[in-house]
Design a protein around this ligand. Structure first.
Ligand code: NDP
Ligand code: X2W
Length: 329
């Protein structure tokens, strides 16, 4: 729904076809999703062949376990796909099965996808883009200057990440029940979160010395937003000026990532936008850096980054469709 809203305002998108796997006949959007009152756009029954024939590209906003089955058909047709789900992000079948507890797509297809961390890897010339996970995006953007420049002890990374409830999707669960979420903090999936392997895959592509990360996720009583708080031991000989210059150099020319210096960012700064705000403080006593990285999970963590990848893929201006403003107050 958020992606649909963004694409409606994109100057290069002339027609949006919506597909729903539960429909057997076309239905108006306002019937399928009543919040789109008055929108008579037809939602069509899901059909791979019709999608390939009648569109220039497809976005999948599907649950885990869906595109692992259908991706090969789109890849065989060389049809452009931007996949918001986690199914095609990992290059290894075994890793997918271990972390998602589902059968993986065949390895030869997994190896052909592009991991679309849009501020670092351009989707230009790619066919199948695996849009990164929300926690993975916030965490990788917080760690990139440190890991790429080899400034921290590679085995010392600890990530304490928090998300609002929209991250959990539309199906209600016991932990997302209002009375359970409100005025509460809930740690979930300790050491088992499915974003750990994609974070590791990307970190190791930047610096093969990183052996593992300690990663924890907490559900917090807000609708939108992720804060990834990252701790690591700074390498001997690296001072605060070097850390600062690494963040400045990495993010100077990246439109959607703002380095906030020692003013650690808060979630409201980015909610409603495709931005990631990143800041850090350095503790000279413990030689520990603390990085805070914040995003809107539904935008930079999903639909916004998907449009960023779409812009790269089809040569649109980087900011096309993404000139968004923070929600106020
Ligand atoms: N929410 C977030 O913060 C983030 C989400 N994502 C990704 O974005 C996408 C959308 O997320 P979100 O809206 O939260 O997810 P939801 O869980 O709310 O929605 C998943 C959708 O997939 C549909 N679906 C399920 N099975 C099939 C199938 N076999 N064929 C076609 N469609 C199917 C569901 O339809 P129905 O309910 O009718 O079965 C539902 O509309 C997902 O790919 C998710 O992995 C990525 C990062 C962050
Ligand atoms: C709060 C909450 O439950 N968040 C979800 C966010 C992950 C998500 O949407 O990730 P995929 O893109 O990998 O499906 C979670 O922790 O699993």
């Amino acid at each position: 729904m958020v992606l649909y809203q963004l694409l409606q305002k994109h100057s290069g998108v002339t027609k949006i076809n919506l597909y729903d796997h539960k429909l057997t006949a076309p239905s108006e959007l306002n019937q399928v999703v009543p919040i789109f009152r008055g929108d008579q756009t037809e939602v069509l029954p899901y059909d791979d062949d019709a999608i390939i024939q009648n569109n220039d590209a497809v976005f999948f906003a599907t649950s885990a376990g869906v595109t692992s089955k259908i991706a090969p058909k789109y890849m065989a047709a060389h049809f452009p796909v931007i996949d918001l789900s986690g199914d095609m992000r990992l290059a290894s079948e075994a890793q997918y099965t271990k972390w998602y507890h589902k059968p993986a797509a065949p390895a030869k297809f997994l190896r052909q996808t592009h991991y679309g961390l849009a501020d670092f890897e351009s989707a230009k010339g790619q066919t199948y883009i695996a849009n990164p996970g929300c926690y993975a995006t916030a965490t990788l953007l917080g760690l990139a200057p440190l890991v790429q420049n080899d400034l921290i002890e590679p085995d010392s990374i600890i990530v304490d990440a928090k998300s609002g409830t929209t991250g959990a999707g539309k199906t209600p669960h016991a932990i997302t029940h209002f009375t359970q979420v409100d005025e509460n903090l809930q740690i979930y999936k300790p050491n088992q979160h499915q974003h750990i392997p994609e974070i590791m895959q990307e970190l190791q592509s930047w610096n093969d010395q990183v052996p593992a990360i300690q990663f924890m996720t907490t559900l917090v009583p807000i609708n939108r937003g992720i804060m990834s708080t990252i701790y690591a031991k700074v390498k001997a000989g690296v001072n605060e000026d070097r850390l600062t210059s690494a963040f400045k150099e990495t993010y100077t020319n990246k439109h959607f990532v703002q380095y906030t210096g020692t003013q650690l960012p808060d979630i409201k700064q980015v909610v409603g936008t495709n931005n990631c705000n990143v800041g850090f403080v350095y503790n000279l006593v413990t030689h520990t850096i603390t990085v805070a990285s914040v995003i809107d999970n539904l935008l930079k963590g999903a639909a916004g980054q998907a449009v960023q990848n779409f812009n790269q893929l089809f040569n649109y201006k980087e900011t096309e469709g993404l000139d968004l403003q923070t929600f106020l107050p």
